[in-house]
Design a protein around this ligand. Sequence first.
Ligand code: ZN
Length: 130
Amino acid sequence: MLVGRREGEVRVEVVVPVANREREAPRVRYEIAPEDLLRIQRESRASRLDIVGFYHSHPDHPARPSETDRRIAAEGLSDGVAHLVVSVDGGGRTSLSAWVFRDGTQAFEEEPLAVDRPREREEDGCRSES
Ligand SMILES: [Zn+2]
């Protein structure tokens, strides 16, 4: 999950890995458990941040949202939610693209992506910043 702020643009401050609860086809689909979503939402708000989006990988598939991604996004209130898609091919090469879902068009719009300070938080969210 992507945690950060919306200040005109989406600014991701923390990247939180979440277990994929999809059982039937975890290579091509993902599902986030409601308890994980609620926990990360609570922790984010305690830091005055919000969940601003999601990231997931496409093994051996292009770095663009699939029709399944579009359908899942369209099921919820998803306007303005950021999605990062990482393509990983068999040789380990990666590419990354950023998208924002729009309820009005029921589609993803590609967004410019700038990376300035990557960091990753432990899944339990307990790592101290000090
Ligand atoms: Zn996808």
